[in-house]
Design a binder for this molecule. Structure first.
Ligand SMILES: NC(=O)c1ccc[n+]([C@@H]2O[C@H](COP(=O)([O-])OP(=O)(O)OC[C@H]3O[C@@H](n4cnc5c(N)ncnc54)[C@H](O)[C@@H]3O)[C@@H](O)[C@H]2O)c1
Ligand SMILES: O=C(O)C[C@H](O)C(=O)O
Ligand SMILES: [Mg+2]
Length: 585
């Protein structure tokens, strides 16, 4: 396999030049702002630091508050990059970048965009996991909204206190299932912040439109409760009606305050993730990233792999380790794709094997959640697979079902053992193995091992980033099959066409658009997913497909005759400083 990558086919090319010009004109138009002096320097969305011009320094009472030199954003980014490189560990780099984000957002995004491959793992997975665990210890400044249960009587006031008024994208968590790291209480706030940073840097959503929210409903993590530094509500988690009523109150208030905002549910625990999605998907413009975003990126990656191999998804046999929110979400999307390729629903379900803590999900199993009950195998097929304890293990699934695709979303590290992978490989020469659990410490197997055990024959993609693997003189790129390839494009598409719902059709469209960007699918070689340097173009293509699907599904409020590509280009925010003019203070 070669590592040569080819630029993403630019389906937006037709209108690109004109739109670039229009955007440049927008950027050149001065912005009238009502702040001056230290307040302006403290306003992260407007601060330009040493890039304030001489005229601006006079007009905005900044004389003497800044060094003499007037710099461009590129010069500032160069200095910031040198400083970034001087830190020896990822947490310090994370803290450093977050500080720039909190003081000068334009510079933050210029810096991140200039070094996206190097910096995405620092502001997002995997380092963000550590930042959530240490949230209270590394806390510097306020960002986003913390809506706590003790403050439940003033939710509208809290939303009115948000520093952003025209909010278009919200990422909300209650911090209970942070990556594979469990309950982090308000530390979970790191995740909405990281996700929204990607909405901007990968999906071109202006940072002024984004709002991270954490619901502080307590924590059941004894480490957090006993940590004197913990900054959240020091209480056990509320649950049941109390929890549901609180979430309802917050989301109703959000809808009153920002009726057009897209709401992304993130890292809710299994018991709440699907019920919340079911409750709100027809009431709000919302989606659950762990269920639906993950499903979209995984199906997109599988479609690309199938295309490269000249097969279809319906010809594959699938096994999952982890039948939770992500696993069952992906499974249903795979089934929907197989049905669209011509299988009957029951035929598609027979091809999908879900293994959880108690083994393969089978008919009649006790304590399965409703979304798991739809994904059981029938006992007639599986009774001869059982081990001594009556359960069917992952290894037994490998032996009997002979899957061609293995997906790990268990959050439990190391469970794709040598025996499991070699058994899979014994039955199928080119296995597709996706250990998707995050962060890196939770991966089901590291790519190097999987490739070694399969003598370089497996196609591997992971949830967290991994370096390419060198094996016997060959280099294998490891795609990062993470919902970060999908949600920025969904957000951009929703905003471009003013969609008021996120439909299954829009999600399926995002998968197919991603598959079309795959270097492996396009060229028959190279990486399964495009490199991060192309993520903005990929997001635009996904946005285009998503918005078109929204129009087909009748949920787009775009005024007729608006050119969609044009709308996407115009929506796409770039980190450039604008000239400021003074309004009356
Ligand atoms: N790559 C991505 O984009 C992506 C997206 C979403 C989730 N994830 C990762 O997937 C993991 C799971 O997320 P989720 O939202 O589905 O969580 P979840 O809690 O809903 O599901 C995890 C499931 O794994 C099962 N499990 C745990 N240990 C197991 C074991 N030893 N054997 C078999 N099953 C076991 C649990 O019982 C549970 O049903 C997390 O690590 C998360 O970071 C990755
Ligand atoms: O946050 C990520 O990196 C992906 C996913 O949403 C997860 O929960 O693991
Ligand atoms: Mg998540």
């Amino acid at each position: 396999m070669s590592v040569t990558l080819r630029p993403v086919a630019d389906t937006l090319r037709g209108s690109k030049t004109t739109n670039k010009n229009m955007l440049m004109e927008d950027i050149k138009r001065p912005l009238y702002i009502p702040y001056a002096g230290p307040v302006l320097l403290e306003t992260s969305l407007l601060n330009k630091g040493s890039a304030f011009s001489e005229e601006e320094r006079v007009a905005f009472n900044l004389a003497g508050l800044l060094p003499e030199a007037i710099e461009t954003i590129e010069e500032q980014a160069e200095r910031a990059y040198l400083q970034f490189q001087s830190f020896s560990n990822d947490m310090d780099k994370h803290i450093y970048l977050r500080n720039i984000q909190d003081t000068n957002e334009t510079l933050f995004y210029r810096l991140v965009n200039n070094h996206i491959t190097e910096m995405m793992p620092i502001i997002y997975t995997p380092t963000v996991g550590q930042a959530c665990e240490q949230f209270s210890n590394i806390y510097r400044r306020a960002r986003g909204l913390m809506v706590s249960y003790p403050n439940r009587h003033r939710i509208d006031d809290i939303l009115n206190n948000a520093t952003r008024h025209n909010v278009r994208v919200i990422v909300i968590t209650d911090g209970e299932r942070i990556l594979g790291l469990g309950d982090q209480g308000i530390g979970g706030m790191g995740i909405p912040i990281g996700k929204l940073s990607l909405y901007t840097s990968c999906g071109g959503i202006s940072p002024a439109y984004t709002l991270p929210i954490v619901l502080d409903v307590g924590t059941d993590n004894p480490q957090r409760l006993n940590d004197p530094m913990y900054m959240g509500w020091r209480n056990k988690r509320i649950s049941g009606d109390e929890y549901n009523e609180f979430v309802d109150d917050v989301l109703s208030a959000v809808q009153r305050r920002w009726p057009n905002a897209l709401v992304q549910f993130e890292d809710f625990a299994q018991k709440n993730a699907m019920p919340l999605l079911e409750r709100y998907k027809d009431r709000l413009c919302c989606f659950n990233d762990d269920i639906q975003g993950t499903a979209a990126v995984t199906v997109g990656s599988l479609l690309a792999a199938c295309k490269a191999a000249g097969t279809q998804l319906k010809e594959q046999t699938i096994a999952f380790l982890g039948a939770g929110s992500a696993g069952c979400g992906i499974a249903e999307a795979i089934i929907a794709q197989m049905v669209s390729e011509g299988l009957e629903d029951h035929q598609a379900r027979e091809k999908v094997h879900m293994v959880d803590r108690w083994g393969l999900l089978q008919d009649g199993m006790q304590n399965l959640l409703p979304f798991q009950q739809k994904l059981t195998q029938c006992l007639e097929k599986t009774q001869s697979w059982c081990g001594d304890n009556g359960a069917v293990s992952l290894l037994e699934v490998m032996e009997h079902a002979k899957p061609t695709v293995l997906i790990g979303v268990s959050g439990a590290p190391g469970l794709f053992t040598e025996e499991v992978i070699k058994t899979m490989h014994k039955h199928y020469p080119r296995p597709i193995v996706f250990p998707l659990s995050n962060p890196t410490s939770r991966v089901e197997a590291i790519p190097e091992d999987i490739l070694r055990w399969t003598r370089g024959q497996a196609l591997v993609a992971t949830g967290s980033p991994f370096n390419p693997v060198e094996l016997e003189g060959e280099v294998f790129p490891i795609a990062q099959c993470n919902n970060s390839y999908i949600f920025p494009g969904i957000g951009l598409g929703v905003l471009a066409c003013n969609a008021d719902r996120v439909t299954d059709g829009m999600l399926m469209a995002s998968s197919r658009a991603l598959a079309e960007c795959s270097p492996l699918a396009i060229d028959g070689e190279g990486a399964l997913l495009p490199p991060l340097e192309q993520i903005q173009e990929v997001s635009k293509q996904i946005a285009f497909a998503v918005a078109r699907a929204a129009m087909t599904d009748g949920v787009a409020k775009m005024i007729k005759n608006v050119d969609l590509k044009d709308a996407i280009e115009r929506q796409f925010w770039q980190p450039e400083y604008r000239d400021y003019k003074r309004t009356s203070f």
